[in-house]
Design a protein around this ligand. Sequence first.
Ligand SMILES: *[C@@H]1O[C@H](CO)[C@@H](O)[C@H](O)[C@H]1NC(C)=O
Ligand SMILES: *[C@@H]1O[C@H](CO)[C@@H](O)[C@H](O)[C@H]1NC(C)=O
Ligand SMILES: *[C@@H]1O[C@H](CO)[C@@H](O)[C@H](O)[C@H]1NC(C)=O
Ligand SMILES: *[C@@H]1O[C@H](CO)[C@@H](O)[C@H](O)[C@H]1NC(C)=O
Ligand SMILES: *[C@@H]1O[C@H](CO)[C@@H](O)[C@H](O)[C@H]1NC(C)=O
Ligand SMILES: *[C@@H]1O[C@H](CO)[C@@H](O)[C@H](O)[C@H]1NC(C)=O
Ligand SMILES: *[C@@H]1O[C@H](CO)[C@@H](O)[C@H](O)[C@H]1NC(C)=O
Ligand SMILES: *[C@@H]1O[C@H](CO)[C@@H](O)[C@H](O)[C@H]1NC(C)=O
Ligand SMILES: *[C@@H]1O[C@H](CO)[C@@H](O)[C@H](O)[C@H]1NC(C)=O
Ligand SMILES: *[C@@H]1O[C@H](CO)[C@@H](O)[C@H](O)[C@H]1NC(C)=O
Ligand SMILES: *[C@@H]1O[C@H](CO)[C@@H](O)[C@H](O)[C@H]1NC(C)=O
Length: 750
Amino acid sequence: MRIHRSSLSLSRPFLYKSSAAMITKNTSYSMFSVLFILYFSTNFSFSYGVDSITANKSLSGNQTIVSSGNTFVLGFFKPGKSSRYYVGIWYKNISPRTIVWVANRETPISDMNFAELKILDGNLVLMDKFQVTIWSTDVNSTTPNSVVATLGDDGNLVLRDGSEPRTIKGFWQSFDNPTDTLLPGGKLVYDKHKNTKQLLISWKNSEDPAPGLFSIEVDPNGRQFIMRRNRTEQYWTSGAWNGRIFSSVAELNYVFNISYVDNVNETYFTYSLYDPSSLFKSVMDVSGQLMQSSWSENAKEWNLLWSQPRQQCEVYAYCGPFGTCNQNSLSSCNCLQGFKQKSETDWNLKDYSGGCIREIDSLQCGDGSTFMDREDKFLINSQVSLPENSQSVTVRSAGECESVCLSNCSCTAYSYVGNACSVWNGELLNLQQLSENNGSGRTINVRLSASASQFSRTKKGKWVIIGAVVGSVAVVIVLLAIVVIVICRRRIRTPNAVEGSLIANIGEDNKSNIGVPFCTWESILVATENFSDANKLGQGGFGLVYKGIFPEGQEIAVKRLSSCSVQGINEFQNEVVLIAKLQHRNLVRLVGYCIKENEKILLYEYMPNKSLDAFIFDQNLCKLLNWKKRFEIISGIARGVLYLHQDSRLRIIHRDLKTSNILLDEEMNPKISDFGLARIVEGKGTIASTNRVIGTYGYMSPEYALDGLLSMKLDVFSFGVVVLEIISGKKNTGSYQSTEDLNLLSYVSG
Ligand SMILES: *[C@@H]1O[C@H](CO)[C@@H](O)[C@H](O)[C@H]1NC(C)=O
Ligand SMILES: *[C@@H]1O[C@H](CO)[C@@H](O)[C@H](O)[C@H]1NC(C)=O
Ligand SMILES: *[C@@H]1O[C@H](CO)[C@@H](O)[C@H](O)[C@H]1NC(C)=O
Ligand SMILES: *[C@@H]1O[C@H](CO)[C@@H](O)[C@H](O)[C@H]1NC(C)=O
Ligand SMILES: *[C@@H]1O[C@H](CO)[C@@H](O)[C@H](O)[C@H]1NC(C)=O
Ligand SMILES: *[C@@H]1O[C@H](CO)[C@@H](O)[C@H](O)[C@H]1NC(C)=O
Ligand SMILES: *[C@@H]1O[C@H](CO)[C@@H](O)[C@H](O)[C@H]1NC(C)=O
Ligand SMILES: *[C@@H]1O[C@H](CO)[C@@H](O)[C@H](O)[C@H]1NC(C)=O
Ligand SMILES: *[C@@H]1O[C@H](CO)[C@@H](O)[C@H](O)[C@H]1NC(C)=O
Ligand SMILES: *[C@@H]1O[C@H](CO)[C@@H](O)[C@H](O)[C@H]1NC(C)=O
Ligand SMILES: *[C@@H]1O[C@H](CO)[C@@H](O)[C@H](O)[C@H]1NC(C)=O
């Protein structure tokens, strides 16, 4: 039975001119609705009115229209915790709310109370509280004055001429403008005249209906469905439809009745349920999978019947650039080592498309910097499936393959397998971490900046970044500090201690190239609380060391060189420059410096675990160092010394290698500090020292201590003593000159 709207004085559009007017109209409207529903639900089935928006009845705030069979609802909603409102269709009796269609998926509104969904000039339009059109069906109607929008019990919202019977097809319907869900009866059309395709497009993330990365469409040539990422890269096809089944997905075929329509105007698939009373939905999910679920009335939840592609990691580039997909772990997406999530918020909302970005700094790219250690490094990732779009290069060795990649700044990774060298440019997409026993696993070497590769290896926290920045400076500062220390050193006081300085021949070096920040005296006073005793870490060579905390919470070791230093400001700066050039993960890094009148300050990375001697010579702490750790420490020191002697651009003799100069970071990695006595050597590197021998007895090689012959062998000797001390846990107290006590060296050699 048809009931004419005009016979109900439901009337007047909700255009509120004032809040007072709003309240009265709102109230009268709701009262009327209640009466209306009571009246008609007892006497007639709904056939007209509550399931439609008409020129006289718009939708605002909490108001909804409900389909005639009570299955679907149209109204305003707010997804998840977001504060944006959308107009959408959802199931009336299913909780949690399951959205099947969104009108304004790209243009949310911030306040639903004064927004209005109404018929205007033959269109359904959404207006915000300023009466600005946010969204519109945007069609031309021949009868704009009698247009109504009716929500069908199939979930289809139809715009039609209200004076015609419902059976006549409308001129706009939500089924022709799907979002991410295809309901039974819906279709994805390929329009042959316009050459356009309708797509199901995933939400951007679990709380944002904006169009996401993944879509599915019909492929008229192959009579199949295709899924794409970012509307381009195809990553799944259903296989051709043979009239009964899709060739690649058997499970698609038995749940419902699929039909394929191909006429002069269009091509499409549609489906219907064998049991029309059940609730089904096919959703292009934010996971990049098409998911078909049915509602279980008993369990009160959606049953996932199937999803395609079956494996999450088969979704192309699911984890975004520099992300890896791991099928076997709970959180499928991870970042490559040295990378971090681009947006944690997005990741939490299951939107991984942003992928990962470099954790620390950009690539050095061989920018002409002359210091070897600044060169980019490669981090090995094994048992992965390789990204696409590689370029193959003909090379003779793995080393050559690496050089090819290093030589081009846009190269981000290489892989060398069985004489075949592949390189990748730009972002790495679609990496998968395969299970241990998967035979198709490969190894890829991912390019990182030198500092990033160190950090990702030691997996340090925030202050590591600070350390990285400051690192190079720290070394310089330490070297300087040591020089100053030499001057003032109590143990071996040398009148002409400047000999120990590294000042050498810095000549053309320009201070502006130091790359080490100059810090103000005031900032250092604040950081160390005016050099308070509470912040004192200890007495290093040449001065006191304090712990400083900078405003961002960075912890820094502050070395205040004794004012007895005779070194001038220029020499000090030169030394800073020099130490800044030494960069190695087993050398303490200089992070900044400061000069104010007689005060000279060096800032270097803070080593939470102090120095090695504090551990190995302490009865309790030494138990923390097992043999493996001790071996690692020895290897680390050896690498640091090797760098000073051979691998750095400057050939440097440290001259004061000893356990108290080996600092330990939070993961107990050793770092050589105190370069105050260090000297640059040239050529073969043996110098007959005209000055008094300086260093620490017990660690000095005989030829140096006795004859003043300075060479790199001095450090090697000291290193040997350090190794013995680490292994034995005993101090090599005296020097070999000492005859009284049996020291460690004579004990070992005897
Ligand atoms: C809207 O209401 C007015 C009177 O209130 C009526 O004349 C008109 O026909 C109605 N329009 C529609 C489309 O029902
Ligand atoms: C909508 O419903 C909520 C909760 O039921 C209520 O707090 C709010 O006042 C309602 N708004 C309107 C405009 O009716
Ligand atoms: C509607 O009509 C106007 C004017 O006749 C025309 O410019 C516009 O393209 C039409 N829009 C559609 C969707 O047909
Ligand atoms: C998607 O493609 C557009 C251009 O086609 C590009 O600008 C955008 O970065 C791509 N997005 C992703 C996540 O790949
Ligand atoms: C399948 O759908 C087609 C078209 O919608 C219909 O003609 C056919 O009878 C349906 N088959 C079954 C078994 O329901
Ligand atoms: C194709 O489109 C034309 C014009 O819209 C229509 O008259 C015709 O019936 C359509 N044919 C089919 C098979 O739908
Ligand atoms: C680096 O590789 C890219 C991509 O292959 C290429 O376009 C570019 O010319 C290369 N640059 C150099 C300096 O070889
Ligand atoms: C190895 O991993 C690939 C990609 O995930 C998968 O397609 C293949 O089936 C796996 N092979 C084995 C033997 O597990
Ligand atoms: C040092 O660098 C600055 C700025 O780059 C420049 O103005 C100055 O001339 C340079 N000095 C020397 C000695 O190279
Ligand atoms: C440091 O000294 C300045 C001036 O003497 C003083 O104002 C400030 O409060 C001191 N800060 C601390 C932490 O003692
Ligand atoms: C080293 O320092 C870190 C950070 O302060 C601490 O967590 C760790 O326990 C220390 N290691 C030892 C062996 O003391």
